[in-house]
Design a protein around this ligand. Structure first.
Ligand code: AKG
Ligand code: FE2
Length: 280
């Protein structure tokens, strides 16, 4: 099958047709897909129809899948978690749950946050439910040199328990899991291990404070950076087609889920996170 790449967002995001993940990717194909991801931040592998074993094999083409016990998973596949429009907050108020509705990067509260996330659209709504992405290389590079220099040295304390009561709600977390996830401190500007480029590293709701700054002032600075980074010229909005398998790089992007599909419309995704490194 011929592989055809199509640019999606101009400054970020690319789609590939002609890949069939029912067969595990060969080392050469895996290397080609990783290259496309490093160059484009978001890679959509279109037209898939795969079982959880094949999905896991596809995830392995990008690195080592990790287990996140706080998220429901496919029986027998602890690394293949699920996101569903039927999800309700079982440990909180029982309301409908839209995971990731705030701009964020995944799992920044971990000492080694996930490098990549792979989301496979099995049932997608006709209207709504897009995922938005922000290019954090471009957002960083567009800042004045002086501001870049002052941000370069800042460190931020990230917590699993959301730092911000004023933002949209998140999944309530089992205290036993929270106890195993102490805060992590990461640079506000990180250097991507594959590309060598610098990017803003922001996950607003998990950023408790900037080291050496008051919480309120920290949150103001972070909010200003999010407003800057989510301007149209730095973002891409992915409208899902059933069978899309979208891989994104958490080290140089933020993303945001949209729960704007009608009540009763179904959305069902399977998800894998791929191990990352200590951000530097
Ligand atoms: O459902 C989505 O659009 C994205 C959810 C999300 O934030 C994630 O899977 O990490
Ligand atoms: Fe996310």
């Amino acid at each position: 099958m011929n592989r055809v790449y199509t640019d999606l967002g101009g400054h970020m995001a690319i789609a590939v047709d002609g890949v069939d993940l029912r067969e595990p990717p060969t080392p050469a194909l895996a290397a080609e897909l990783r290259r496309a991801l490093w160059d484009n931040i978001v890679l959509c592998i279109r037209g898939q129809s795969i079982d959880p074993a094949a999905f896991l094999a596809a995830g392995r083409a990008f690195g080592e899948p990790e287990i996140r016990p706080e998220i429901p998973h496919v029986p027998g596949f602890p690394a293949v978690t699920t996101l569903s429009s039927e999800d309700r907050d079982t440990k909180g108020d029982g309301k409908r749950l839209v995971a990731g509705a705030n701009w964020h990067s995944d799992d920044t509260f971990m000492p080694r946050p996930s490098a990549l996330t792979v989301l496979y659209g099995i049932v997608v709504p006709a209207v709504g439910g897009d995922t938005q992405y922000a290019n954090m290389y471009a957002a960083y590079e567009a800042l004045p040199a002086e501001q870049r220099r002052s941000l370069d040295t800042l460190q931020v304390v990230h917590t699993m328990k959301p730092a911000r009561a004023d933002l949209a709600r998140t999944r309530s977390i089992d205290p036993a899991i929270l106890a195993q996830r102490p805060p992590s401190t990461h640079p506000l500007v990180r250097t991507h291990p594959e590309t060598g480029r610098k990017a803003l590293y922001i996950s607003r709701n998990r950023m408790d404070h900037i080291v050496g700054m008051e919480r309120e002032a920290s949150h103001r600075l972070i909010d200003d950076l999010v407003d800057h980074a989510t301007q149209p010229q730095f973002t891409y909005r992915h409208k899902w087609t059933q069978g899309d398998l979208v891989v994104w790089d958490n080290r140089c992007s933020m993303h945001k889920a949209n729960g704007d599909y009608p009540e009763g419309a179904r959305r069902f995704m399977q998800r894998i996170v791929v191990a990352g490194e200590v951000p530097v």
